[in-house]
Design a protein. Structure first.
Length: 313
């Protein structure tokens, strides 16, 4: 890759995955190592250093190294604060340590913010000024990108879209609030509704009612199961209510959806867009497209690389 490439590092509780990413967002050579999350701060950093050493070997000068880390973190200082699934790091200056070790500019942010930036500069939101990114999976996250800049808010904690309440009588979310969209439309929430529906096909795929997961709903839906379709239609309705609030607050040019559940929900995107005016005072809300993200499993890598890409500076 050319010298204007960047490196994106996606740090999780069990692995560190990284790749060289071109100035046009193409993902090149990859590396992956286990993450030593339970060791010391230095041992955790050694996992990150290992993938960087592998990728930087024989590579021309890179523009920078971007890192996605579980939060909470401070994107302005590059400090990882106290992530539950990375007990090795408490107030750890990740960006500064990378710069010290490798002599390359480094930036740190959370995965949803970073993935949203990658979609805004290289992906499904390219060419748009204002992009709202949603990631649907075990949880629901979001990122807000204005003119290729992540909106962080006053302290770096903005864009927690998954914890917007749409039903204050609804179930309690893991965050402690009631009726967050995450508690109503995430993968586990879909599984709970599917268990209550109990269609024979979903039960058969899962091997029992209590074993039904979102992936069984997706498979049953693809096979034409009416019970699975009903569960996903309910999920699409809940997401539309949520996105109506997003439109009233931000009126983005495009809504980009990624994460493990994005493909499962994609058949409903056009209908969700048509129905947005029912849940927004903006009667042109149906002009805002809801589209699949470009980056799937590589969203964290591409997002991390976008943090230091020339196009985002």
């Amino acid at each position: 890759m050319a010298a204007d490439s960047t490196i994106g590092v996606d740090i999780g509780g069990t692995k560190v995955a990284a790749a060289v990413v071109s100035a046009s967002g193409e993902i090149g050579r990859k590396a992956r190592v286990p993450m030593n999350a339970a060791g010391s701060a230095a041992e955790g950093f050694a996992s990150v250093a290992a993938v960087l050493e592998e990728l930087l070997s024989g590579l021309p000068d890179v523009q920078g190294i971007g890192l996605c880390s579980p939060g909470p973190l401070d994107p302005r200082t590059g400090i990882v604060l106290n992530p539950p699934n990375l007990p090795c790091w408490r107030n750890f200056a990740l960006a500064a340590e990378v710069e010290r070790a490798f002599g390359v500019r480094a930036c740190v942010d959370n995965d949803a913010n970073a993935a949203g930036l990658a979609e805004a500069i290289w992906g499904a939101g390219a060419g748009c000024t204002n992009v709202f990114y949603a990631t649907l999976g075990t949880g629901i996250g979001s990122g807000i990108v204005f003119d290729r800049k992540i909106y962080h808010g006053r302290t770096g904690s903005a864009a927690e879209g998954g914890h917007v309440t749409i039903d204050f009588h609804g179930p309690k979310c893991g965050c402690g609030k009631m009726g967050c969209i995450e508690a109503l439309a995430s993968g586990p929430a879909i599984a709970r509704r599917a268990q209550e529906a109990g269609s024979p096909r979903m039960i058969g795929l899962a091997g029992g009612v209590e074993q039904i997961r979102a992936e069984h709903v997706a498979q049953a839906f693809r096979e034409g199961d009416a019970g699975a379709r009903k569960v996903l239609e309910e999920t699409a309705h809940l997401l539309t209510v949520w996105l109506g609030n997003v439109v009233d607050l931000l009126e983005p040019d495009v809504i980009v959806v990624g994460g493990g559940m994005a493909e499962m929900m994609s058949p409903f995107f056009a209908g969700m867009s048509r129905n947005l005016p029912c849940w927004s005072i903006n009667q042109r809300a149906d002009e805002i497209p809801i589209v699949m993200a470009r980056y799937g499993a590589d969203a964290g890598i591409a997002g991390a690389a976008a943090l230091v890409a020339p196009a985002s500076q």
